[in-house]
Design a protein around this ligand. Structure first.
Ligand code: FES
Length: 472
């Protein structure tokens, strides 16, 4: 098979082609069954919940930063620096992640603002990492196609432990940022980021490098390391926490499979860890339904948990499993942790989005009797000939009908969610304006067609008559 020919994890056009030939790229993944109304409820976003959690994180970081300054050069400054850097360079990782998905806040601006802040704290170029994470969700742990396979085989136990120091990883991130600031994108960035966004990558890197330089200049001017410790240096000092949580996600599990239950791990964690990690310990659930915000992942686990493998009962249990697997994989890179998976309910379609029935009206319009059953935020799929539509109600109650397939990849928007006047794709959280069809959030670039709708006697009429392909 083509996969056997992929000898490295490096993202390159050649490896990407080989992975594609294997049929594992942009493929359909196993998903559990879930009641659509439950999923719809779980997908709701809350500015309040995200604001409270974000304020607590930033507030604690400011407090710890103040303690670093106030206790400078005393023994007390050691715990102060440890706490500050863990919040700055460690807990920012889960904020980066959740805001990148755009699922924490209801407000897109709030998500983006925290996303850029967290990117800076982690020394990650915002655009490069956005595209990298889209790929990670499309082709999770597909060798040669997923840029975020952190624990590659054969693993090295010493190398894994060395990661916790974050010296090499941090230095690589910094050098990459500087390289991009000088306008020279590395091969991986070129492979991931569309060409029209390369200038943005350079501009973002320049801004981030300029801020880092400002902290160095401030340190030199004040003849104190404090500015560098507080801005930039804590990425290195707090990086251990990124590795501490990150290792539990996929390490030791299977590669090149289309079932997140086989390549991703859910771990029961204590409330402090869950705050720092924003509930990403429910990682299987997150990968299966990335449109569900972090605060609803426990509810999602409750709804689909019987279709998943048993979560690891503690972080310690996860580490024991991981290091045992890494030791085995050192001598036998093909070794994978054996899993006992329950059956998926039903026919393995995730959500019952069975296409609604329809009939043709006198003027060629499509008539469906859905009006009474559509709640605000509901979405339904309608298949008309070779076309698939989604009809729904926005949060404010406006009825709309538009093309059903996301323009980024073949995923149906009826499985997504409504945010205000936009419909969001369930796969990578692209959004489309329900009134105009415009693509309003990456990774979708092209818009979708919207169709005039009218309601009469509880029936919805969708005017497709301008489209030749569906005329009777
Ligand atoms: S399939 Fe990627 S955003 Fe829709």
């Amino acid at each position: 098979m083509a996969l056997a020919a992929i000898t490295s994890y490096q993202l390159s056009a050649a490896n990407s082609d080989l992975a594609r030939q294997s049929g594992l790229v942009d493929a359909e993944w196993v998903l559990p069954a879930i009641d659509p109304s439950v999923l719809r409820r779980l997908q709701r976003r809350s500015n309040l919940r995200a604001a409270l959690s974000t304020s607590l994180w930033l507030g604690l970081m400011l407090l710890a930063g103040w303690a670093v300054v106030a206790t400078a050069w005393s023994w007390w400054s050691i715990p102060a620096v440890i706490i500050y850097s863990a919040l700055y360079g460690g807990a920012s990782d889960s904020r980066w992640h959740e805001m990148g998905h755009g699922t924490a806040f209801r407000s897109r601006r709030a998500n983006d603002a925290i996303y850029y802040l967290a990117c800076f704290m982690l020394l990650r170029g915002p655009t490069v990492w956005r595209w990298s994470h889209y790929r990670h969700h499309t082709d999770t742990i597909i060798k040669g196609h997923d840029a975020e396979i952190a624990f590659q085989r054969p693993p090295s136990i010493a190398g894994t432990l060395w990661r916790f120091a974050h010296l090499q990883g941090g230095a690589e991130l910094l050098l990459r940022l500087v390289r991009h600031a000088f306008g020279s994108l590395d091969d991986e960035a070129k492979e991931l980021v569309p060409y029209h966004e390369h200038r943005r990558v350079v501009r973002e890197s320049q801004v981030m490098v300029a801020v880092l330089l400002a902290s160095v200049v401030a340190s030199a001017f004040m003849q104190s390391v404090l500015p560098v410790v507080l801005i930039g240096g804590s990425t290195f000092l707090g990086g251990w926490l990124v590795v501490f949580f990150g290792i539990t996600q996929h390490a030791g599990l299977q590669e090149n499979v289309l079932d997140h239950r086989r390549n991703t791990r859910t771990v029961v964690m204590n409330p402090v860890f869950r705050f720092l990690y924003l509930n990403m310990n429910f990682h299987v659930e997150h990968h299966m339904f990335p449109s569900v915000p972090y605060y609803s992942l426990p509810g999602l686990h409750h709804s689909i948990g019987d279709q998943l493998s048993q979560p690891l009962p503690s972080t310690w249990a996860a580490y024991r499993q991981i290091f045992a697997a890494l030791r085995r994989q050192q001598v036998d890179p093909t070794y994978e942790i054996p899993l006992d998976l329950p059956d998926i309910h039903g026919d393995a379609r995730p959500v019952d989005i069975g296409a609604e029935s329809w009939m043709r009206g006198p003027r060629g319009e499509i008539i469906v009797g859905l009006d009474g059953s559509l709640e605000h935020g509901d979405l339904r799929r309608i298949d008309v000939g070779n076309r698939s539509l989604v009809v729904g109600k926005t949060t404010s109650g406006s009825l709309f009908a538009c093309d059903g397939w996301c323009t980024h990849a073949k995923v149906h928007l009826a499985e997504g969610t409504v945010i205000g006047e936009e419909v969001e794709c369930p796969k990578h959280n692209a959004r489309f304006d329900c009134r105009t069809g415009e693509a309003t959030r990456k990774p979708a670039k092209d818009g979708i067609r919207v169709y005039p709708v009218t309601v009469s006697n509880g029936r919805i009429a969708i005017d497709l008559t301008t489209d030749d392909s569906v005329r009777p």
